[in-house]
Design a protein around this ligand. Sequence first.
Ligand code: PLP
Length: 408
Amino acid sequence: MTASTFEHATFEELQKTDAECAFQNYGSRIPVAFVRGEGARLWDVEGREYLDFLSGIAVTTLGHAHPRVTEAIAHQAGQILHTGNYFYIEPQVKLAARLHEISGGKRAFFCNSGTEANEAAIKLTRKFHKDNGRAARVEIITTQNSFHGRTYGSLAATGQPKYHEGFAPMPQGFVHVPLNDENALRAAVTANTAAILLEPIQGESGVIPTSETYLQLARKLCDESGALLIFDEVQAGMGRTGKFFAHEWSHVRGDVITLAKGLANGVPIGALLADENIAASLTPGSHGCTFGGNFLACAAALATLDTLFDESLMSNAAHVGDYFQARLWAWAEYSNAAREVRGCGLMVGVVLNKPVARELMLEGLKNGLVFNAIGDKTLRFLPPLNITITEVDEAMAKLSAAYEAVAK
Ligand code: PLP
């Protein structure tokens, strides 16, 4: 490849060099390379324009190149990028204070990704019980088809055997129960249960909501048994459903919460939040992270959170999300394309009648709309939280045209 760092290579050059030089763990990538974004718009290396209804995967909460985040990043980069956690880091402290306020008093630990946040939550849970004289409590209950990350602890927590294949032995102490099956959850809790770990809405397996009564039961079982309730809000959190934490819809309190993806609008960050008495178990030296809570990520997160609240984007997510879901239902019925629209706010899944999800996603791209396919029948839409009704109308026209082409 000949293009220099600041010059764009052609798409063919990128594809060829990737095939020759990069790990091929992402399989055959979607044949598009984006080079620029603004708001909900993306442009590829050949200058084609797209409407982004995926946001990475729920990452660019404010859309692309949001001026407040860009300014925060540029300003921070011009000041200082790294000192390490031996020292106080001003934006990290400010972000901890912001999350303390948002979460109603939880302490924060910062890392770089969702899997690291869950890894830290698993370690914290076991250490908490050990510190409190309950060393036998090591078992973590999660749900089948959940997704919690790719590092060993989070991978073991992930209830999808296909991701475990070839990586044995898995860390021990994880039990997977069917989602929304209250009897199975009741039966799984034992004297050895350390925590129940739940996504309020399963994202990677196709936007499957965890029912309110199931979340309430999980809370009750934890209260009765002394186990901790951990909410993995890595995908559903940060305002996407219309509330900062998706579990707030069920009025259930979590003891521990993990965040990542949309927290810094695209700059890598993860966070573990926990109540004071639980957080105390990560005693000095027991856990840490070189880049966790670095200046750049925390400055970007602060700008993201300020914008989220100042511009009332959570109520926009709820309002425009309802409109989008209503439009999808109308389209599903009119075109006979789909049998279910599900999710909350701007975290939306559509179950098609025919197994054409990937073809539809590729045809959508040709029409300038970005979304993703999960399995052969489910579409997932995760637009930025400042998406407008007009942009939803535009997306619906593109989706409908793409479906007509695929259904022919
Ligand atoms: N938890 C949930 C609910 C996720 O959706 C994901 C990623 O998709 C993760 C954890 C892992 O996050 P990361 O890819 O940042 O490690």
